[in-house]
Design a protein around this ligand. Structure first.
Ligand code: AMP
Ligand code: GLY
Length: 423
């Protein structure tokens, strides 16, 4: 099997690391990849949204399967692009078709899907510039804080939570009338605020059956104690201790089952990962969002816990016989701590030489924003490297990650020292 992974983050390095362990793998390619993937696969200098170049590379390298990391190409229809081409349609694609990718591409679409399929979620209404006045009236009916969501993809920045009605109205105007997030905020979803603790559940489906992967919790804020700006994710743990059996049973019956059945009923073709962002409110699961891919850095703790051959699992997804696969999960806890560039998520410098990561022995090192320059590994993004460890519980695992981090150096390196602090 020749496999092409699309993406360049820690998620993609983790997938490459895992696929690379399969005896069924012949050649592995990553587009565009990072310094980490270049050591175990062939990086191709192609953007994830350049479908024509992806087609040429797939033909040239006789690719049998494409694994899509990020949401953008899925929302742009990469799976449909493969199906519609006579030269490419024999290639399996891991990731939903465009119609189903709207679950992440449009918050309003996702809310309608949840309501239609009786998946528990916060009450909401959506508004456009024409009915901004109605939006102000709806805000008046809610209690603070106020949750405003740009409908479209906004690079993870489209959700704004405000404490006063004045701020909420000003934000609604800025999104709808002043196009704060461009086209993404032509429609805005306003929803009830849910007070609880968050976690993520990952589901793999072949469109017929499904498998639930381990739970994970990520830490999105830059600062300790969950203070400061949102980031792509500063660390993660798996499993989530408060997702006990009773709660997960509710997740299965109230959320996962109606979601997968809803996809079938609504004719939304789905072969890939469903990332369900959940919040536990008074012991009950509520869905905050769907993503149509794996999370980053959640992948760095979920995938290492999977004992199965990932090529076999993905082939079962392509062939629609996932029901025949039994997932084997490592009992141990996994944690990951993200090393980031000083200044991130605001302005930061790139090109800092990195040392010591090759001396890490007790943890797995997954590259994110790294590249090779003059034969040296240098930083190339805000989130630079994820350090994953196993332990009997998340505290033991974290201890290993933090001790491995002591070996890694680059100028202005920053990381959170309190992953798991709230558990
Ligand atoms: P999203 O981009 O949909 O993941 O939203 C970003 C973050 O906003 C989530 O991870 C939650 O922390 C928060 N959030 C979104 N919707 C709600 C809600 N209805 N109530 C409380 N917090 C929310
Ligand atoms: N860690 C959150 C995400 O991947 O969207």
């Amino acid at each position: 099997m020749n496999i092409l992974i699309l993406g360049s983050g820690g998620r993609e390095h983790t997938l490459a690391w895992k696929l690379n362990q399969s005896s069924q793998l012949n050649k592995l390619f990553v587009a565009p990849g990072n310094a980490g993937t270049s050591k175990i696969a062939t990086n191709l200098n192609i953007s994830v949204n350049d479908f024509e170049s992806i087609k040429q590379a797939s033909l040239l390298h006789q690719i049998d399967m494409v694994v899509v990391g990020p949401e953008d190409p899925l929302v742009n229809g990469i799976h449909d692009f493969f199906l519609e081409s006579d030269d490419l349609k024999h290639i399996g694609v891991i990731g939903p078709q465009k119609a189903a990718a709207e679950l992440e591409g449009s918050k309003e679409f996702a809310k309608k899907f949840m309501i239609r399929n009786k998946v528990p979620t916060a009450a909401y209404q959506s508004f456009t510039a024409e009915d901004v006045e109605k939006g102000y009236d709806f805000l008046e009916t809610l209690k603070p804080p106020y949750v405003l969501k740009a409908d479209g993809l906004a690079a993870g920045k489209g959700v704004v939570i405000l404490n006063t009605i004045e701020e909420a109205k000003a934000e609604l105007k800025s999104m709808l009338v002043d196009s704060k997030f461009g086209k993404a905020s032509n429609t805005v979803v306003i929803e009830e605020f849910l007070d609880g603790i968050e976690l993520s559940v990952f589901v793999l489906t072949d469109g017929k059956g499904y498998k639930v992967l381990p739970t994970a919790k990520d830490y999105k804020r830059i600062g300790e104690g969950d203070q400061g700006l949102n980031t792509g994710g500063m660390g993660a743990i798996s499993p989530v201790p408060f997702a006990d059996k009773a709660f997960m049973n509710k997740v299965h019956t109230q959320v996962v089952k109606p979601t997968v059945e809803g996809l079938k009923k609504d004719n939304l073709p789905y072969k890939g990962f469903i990332f369900i962002g959940l919040i536990k409110v008074d012991g009950e699961p509520q869905v905050i969002e769907y993503n149509v891919r794996l999370g980053d850095p959640e992948t760095e703790v979920v995938i290492p816990r999977l004992k199965n051959d990932l090529v076999t699992v993905f082939q079962a997804v392509v062939n629609e016989n996932l029901d025949a696969v039994e997932l084997e999960i490592d009992e141990r806890s996994a944690t990951t701590v993200m090393l980031v560039s000083g200044g991130y998520p605001e302005a930061y410098e790139k090109g800092k030489e990195m040392t010591g990561f090759d001396q890490v022995e007790d943890s797995l090192v997954f590259h994110a924003g790294t590249t090779i320059k003059d034969d040296k590994v240098v930083t190339n993004g805000g989130r630079v490297m994820a350090i994953t460890s196993f332990g009997t519980d998340f505290k033991a695992a974290l201890k290993k990650s933090y001790s491995s981090i002591e070996k890694v150096h680059f100028q202005k390196m920053n990381f959170r020292k309190d992953i798991g602090f709230d558990l």
